[in-house]
Design a protein around this ligand. Structure first.
Ligand code: FES
Length: 268
């Protein structure tokens, strides 16, 4: 075997012979993450927004599942809301996501800055440390997956619960927002690499019977539009949390009117 070819890299942070806009993606993604974090912090301080329909209510995706309402928790300090209690789960799941690691390593640690682009001297000295020390926490991703699935199931329950099925088949605007958010989150969770491993029975070889079935499921979630598009589902599901939040907030404060679509019937 011959030795690998060493590409010449210009010395100096960010120096490269690349002629494309290699810096655009990490810059936009890093900026977006900071913006979304600041927005979330702001939303936590002003509390939830919800739309009340006859016998149900729809909360903003940031505050859902609304466990304070679901479990009738009372007597808590005024600054405590459902988002403060449950956000550690989506944060833990997304923060340890393999795709997310790639994004923040590039955008915030500049390690690497990009292919064939020189990185900071300190990174060269340290070298890649792997999932060690503080980053050993990334190993909890496979466990966070199960908590994320639990949240997903509650969200779908909320979608069904918020439909007016008894009085026809009416979809309120809040239900539609919840359903889109839950759908995108379903794609994000099912395209997760840890999910693919679990659904494949944690095997790397499949034969017949139950093993064959698990192999088929593994192949299915490996498809181009599922696992291979994990980054796409990461950003669309994350973006819709905030689009949904803005939408619910604007309906709740009367900026835009409530609306509903009657699919069948509609009589009370
Ligand atoms: Fe991204 Fe699991 S790898 S959510």
């Amino acid at each position: 075997m011959g030795e690998g070819i060493k590409l010449p890299v210009l010395n100096g942070l960010g120096r490269t012979n690349r002629i494309d806009n290699w810096w655009a993606q990490p810059m936009v993604m890093g900026g977006a993450l900071i913006l979304l974090l600041l927005y979330t912090a702001w939303r936590l301080t002003i509390g939830d927004a919800d739309i009340h329909y006859d016998d149900h209510r729809v909360t903003s995706p940031i505050f859902s599942p609304d466990i304070i309402y679901m479990f009738g928790i009372t007597g808590h300090p005024g600054w405590v809301n459902s988002a403060i209690l449950i956000l550690w789960i989506p944060f833990g799941f997304r923060g340890t996501c393999y795709y997310m690691r790639r994004v923040y390593y590039r955008s915030f640690f500049m390690s690497p800055v990009g292919c064939w682009v020189d990185e900071p001297e300190i990174n060269k000295k340290l070298g890649y440390q792997g999932e060690k020390r503080l980053f050993v926490i990334n190993n909890i991703h496979r466990y966070m997956l199960f908590l994320a699935i639990a949240i997903l199931l509650v969200k779908w329950y909320d979608v069904v619960h918020s439909m007016h099925i008894m009085s026809g088949f009416i979809l309120d605007v809040g239900t539609i927002v919840l359903a889109i958010e839950s759908g995108l989150l379903t794609m994000y969770v099912t395209s997760c690499h840890a999910f693919r491993h679990v659904i494949g029975g944690r095997l790397d070889r499949w034969t017949t019977g139950a093993s064959g079935l698990m192999g088929k499921m593994h192949d299915f979630v490996s498809k181009k539009w599922i696992n291979k598009s994990h980054g796409f589902w990461f950003w669309t599901s994350l973006s819709f949390v905030f689009i949904g939040d803005l939408f619910i907030m604007m309906v709740a404060n009367g900026t835009i009117p409530e609306a509903s679509i009657t699919l069948i019937g509609g009589g009370v």
